[in-house]
Design a protein around this ligand. Structure first.
Ligand code: G3H
Ligand code: 13P
Ligand code: NA
Ligand code: ZN
Length: 328
């Protein structure tokens, strides 16, 4: 069943769990996410980025999302637009039938230039006005995602600030977060605490100075009734990096956000946990391994099935770790 982000996260807050928000671009990701959600009895957020709309085309995404709801009627689903760069983009997503949109006004409409507080409030307020009129929820963002190790946003081809960011920009201020929520009435708030998009988040297992879970606690203490969102929350499983590299890949040493740190965030108000990279890594590893071990196979269903199973395993581990399993 399709429900709004607000409804889903209110339930999560009431019961103290977090909901994974997986990025979806194709059938195999969709089936992996839904199959694991059904098997673990978990609610789930399916999110589509601008890159997904470009890759799959909006109408294919629309029917893929609707197919998920029809094929898995018992799974509570929120269909969310990830990182909208402008209110117009959010409006088109509502027309496509999404039950939630992110207006990311932390960056200008180019998706690269850090925006002023006033600009962010302006575009987010506009979005909240028309979205709420349609029963659609809105996620806003305050603070700019970036690595506290390097000052870089991380994502090469997707959304992400250009140039080097300051520590101030990359760490959401609790006071500013409170002011932003009061000024915009967003349903959920994405915060910056040192995570970044993509596989290259940390050069070593992150310590408290580069992954500021303490900042989540401060923000939550200041705005306890606001649902917090953690972007860039892939854990970058070392075992999948190893498989990718064992079967011909070349991915340098890199680290993600440990599951136990996300779980600590969930104890302090994080309700939506965004994951894209981990499914990409598992999928790539599984396909490389399958094709290396079965060199005469050429039916894509065979290697895509391996990819689907690997992605579903990641999803299951996330539903269980975040406490959403059993909450469907
Ligand atoms: O926001 C970042 C997500 O990982 C989406 O990435 O723009 O390549 O689809 P994408
Ligand atoms: P990852 O790149 O860590 O999977 O983050 C995805 C994300 O935040 C999408 O909005
Ligand atoms: Na989002
Ligand atoms: Zn994101």
């Amino acid at each position: 069943a399709l429900i709004s982000l607000r409804q889903m996260l209110d339930h999560a807050a009431e019961h103290g769990y977090g909901v994974p928000a997986f990025n979806v671009n194709n059938l195999e990701q969709m089936r992996a996410i839904m199959q694991a959600a059904e098997a673990t009895d978990s609610p789930v957020i399916l999110q589509a980025s601008a890159g997904a709309r470009k890759y799959a085309r909006p109408v294919f995404l629309k029917y893929l999302m609707n197919a998920a709801i029809e094929q898995y009627p018992d799974v509570p689903v929120c269909i969310h637009q990830d990182h909208g760069t402008h209110p117009d983009v959010c409006q088109r997503s509502i027309q496509l039938g999404m039950s939630s949109v992110m207006m990311d006004g932390s960056l200008m409409a180019d998706g690269k230039t850090p925006a002023s507080y006033e600009y962010n409030v302006d575009v987010t307020r506009q979005t909240v006005a028309f979205a709420h009129a349609c029963g659609v929820s809105v996620e806003g963002e305050i603070g700019v995602l970036g690595s506290l190790e390097t000052g870089q946003a991380g994502e090469e081809d997707g959304v992400g600030a250009e140039g080097i960011l300051s520590h101030d920009q990359m760490l959401t201020s609790p006071d500013e977060a409170a002011r932003f929520v009061a000024d915009t009435h967003v349903d959920a708030l994405a915060i910056a605490i040192g995570t970044s998009h993509g596989a290259y988040k940390f050069s070593r297992k992150p310590t408290g100075d580069v992954l500021r879970i303490d900042r989540i606690k401060e923000i939550h203490a200041r705005i306890p009734n606001t649902h917090l969102v953690m972007h860039g929350s892939s854990s970058v499983p070392q075992e999948w990096l190893q498989i990718i590299n064992q079967y011909g890949g070349q991915i340098p040493e890199t680290y993600g956000v440990p599951l136990e740190e996300i779980v600590e965030g969930i104890k302090h108000g994080v309700r939506k946990v965004n994951i894209d990279t981990d499914l990409r890594l598992a999928s790539t590893g599984a396909v490389r391994k399958f094709l290396a071990e079965n060199p005469s196979e050429f039916d894509p269903r065979k290697f895509l099935k391996a990819s689907m199973e690997a992605m579903a395993d990641i999803c299951t581990i996330r539903y269980e770790a975040f406490g959403s399993a059993g909450m469907g």
